[in-house]
Design a protein around this ligand. Sequence first.
Ligand SMILES: [Zn+2]
Length: 343
Amino acid sequence: MSSGNLSTMQMEKEARRRKFYQDKIRNRESLKSCGMNLITTVEKTITNHSREAELLKYFNEMLHSIFFLGYIHEYRLHPKDFVSTDEVHRSLSCKFPEPFIMYNSHLPTRTPFSILLEMMEILYETEERIKQELAILLKSMKFPNPLHKEGSKYEQYYTLESTVICVCYSNLDSRKYYGASFCCRKGNAKTILIDLSCLKTWHEYVSHAVMSFHGGASGDGITFPTELKCRAFYRDWKENVYNEKRPCANCKKLFNLPNADPDKVEHPFGNCAETECLSKLLKNDQYMQQKAMIPNHSEEHLEKLRNSTKARLTVQLRKAGIECTDNNFLFYNPCVKQNVTIC
Ligand SMILES: [Zn+2]
């Protein structure tokens, strides 16, 4: 090999290395600005609202979830990085001291976007208005497009926007349930949040199904009665409206949803909006609870799945700088007031 060839190869290697780090830095900056934007916009939306007192609990939980995601990012972000000035930092940490202290000792049970979606339910009540107002709010925040950039499979921004939301209900009941896909797109944040949801957040059938498919295993899917209606939507960036989309192949396996898209799926089991929304339905709808079926569901089997999830999660969290043992997962609860003060 000539020295000319070698130096070209070295230059290409160096360019690839530089691009790799530039992507990571841009990814971190994107998370930072999206977090900052979300905090400011949501605070403005709920201030002086007639249901402000109730909404503040969600805002508190959202702060914690954003700070946690910042902390576990490979180029760590601290709560202070998500606020624009020292003054804002002082005022926010005075009003909500817990998220500023417990962001790396306690674990979130859902993503900032899932919390936002629940706030939208309180604010706007009907499905049409929730979708409409959510699209307007997201457009106003100018998050970068979360999808893969054209031409590069790997180049994507870390945004806190979930690309898909889902609505489900039983034909026998008028109540609708909402869910969002996982908004943390990079590194191990997504798998950590999915594992945390399996252990703490989701209905046990949903957790069982998701955990059973882990690592390519042929798992146990849930079959719902025919009264279930479930529809997912993605935000069309040009028109700024939510359009319906078919369930993916993973959701077909997990929930036996009809009319699924057979194309191969890149994201892990449990990532989809259907997961959160069907879990809420199962937790609240007695008829669905009684009629839904999942094979091999026993306390022992569930315990086995939980134990391997806990072991995997402990390792992932340690890598992200959070020390937990298998039996010591402390979850953040915004309803429990801690005796902490910052100001
Ligand atoms: Zn899916």
